[in-house]
Write a protein that binds this ligand. Structure first.
Ligand SMILES: [Mn+2]
Length: 298
């Protein structure tokens, strides 16, 4: 596996997610993966400007995010073509403009890449629809070709089809964003679906929606969990996944054996309690990578 940190907090207003990669590493990510039998190469962090210097160095946040995501996309494509399973550590969710563009480009000749987006939010706003203007609320729209052209063009302009995307855990969506989502044909499972049909049935449905694809990128925003179990996130929304529902999602995805790359984003140590959210993230990555309650992995 290859680990790459992207300590970017330029996609939103709350400081702290730039410390996410450190917090997740400190929670023994590498050791946990090695204990499961995986060789691990840590490629360190993509160099990321801090908000205090962005204006003088790059002009604005869009230009700064563009630079970071372009480099992330290049590294992501290289990790996949070197045969590694890439694990990207955010950072806010705008890093996924780079990670997904990179892995999708890398496989351009070998079929399409689908995206499984675990998130309380749809992240499908455009500059025209976004109430806040924050770019971490736009990455999925950008990945489908909507929004700032310089961000859409990252990774050689590789885009993902709306119908190749599934969002699970949604419970906060803006009005115009909802219309865009529907028009784009994105598959959505809200928390209402999780409550009504159970998380196992939802995940089976989500994986079925993506079963025609060559590769699946899992983009895991910690705010999909309920804030009571994952308080260290920038934009918490009540009514999220429980501890066991989140583990079951990871366990079922592991059984399916279809995910080929992973983001872990929006961990905010400043808002966290004793690094508990980063520790939970590492536990869940362990389940995704095959840790079992009984029996050995593989
Ligand atoms: Mn998100």
């Amino acid at each position: 596996m290859g680990i790459l940190g992207v300590p970017m907090d330029l996609g939103q207003d709350r400081r702290g997610v730039d410390m996410g990669p450190s917090a997740i590493r400190y929670a023994r990510l590498n050791g946990t993966l090695q204990d499961l039998g995986y060789p691990v190469t840590d490629f360190g962090n993509v160099q990321t400007p801090v908000p205090e210097t962005v204006e003088e160095e790059m002009g604005d946040n869009v230009a700064a995010i563009c630079g970071v995501c372009e480099e992330t996309a290049e590294k992501a494509a290289r990790m996949l073509s070197d045969g590694l399973f890439p694990v990207f550590l955010g950072g806010d969710h705008s890093i996924s403009i780079g990670t997904v563009s990179g892995v999708a480009r890398s496989t351009a000749s070998a079929g399409r890449t689908g995206v499984l987006w675990l998130d309380a939010h749809a992240d499908f706003n455009t500059p025209d629809t976004s109430p806040s203007g924050n770019i971490h609320g736009m990455p999925l729209a950008i990945l489908t070709g909507r929004g700032y052209p310089e961000l859409v063009d990252i990774g050689g302009g590789t885009t993902v089809r709306g119908s190749d995307i599934v969002i699970v855990g949604l419970r906060s969506v803006d009005r115009e964003e909802r219309e865009l989502l529907t028009r784009a044909g994105v598959n959505v499972y809200t928390m209402k679906d999780v409550d009504a049909y159970g998380v196992a049935s939802v995940i089976r449905g989500a994986l079925k929606n993506l079963s025609h694809l060559e590769r699946i990128h899992l983009s895991f925003d910690l705010d999909v969990l309920d804030p009571e179990v994952a308080p260290g996130v920038g934009t918490p929304v009540r009514g999220g996944l429980t501890y066991r529902e989140a583990h079951l999602i990871m366990e079922l995805i592991n059984e399916a054996g279809v995910v080929t790359s992973l983001d872990v984003v929006e961990v905010n140590p400043i808002l966290d309690s004793r690094n508990g959210t980063a520790e939970l993230a590492v536990e869940l990555i362990g389940s995704l990578m095959g840790r079992q309650i009984i029996g050995l992995p593989g």
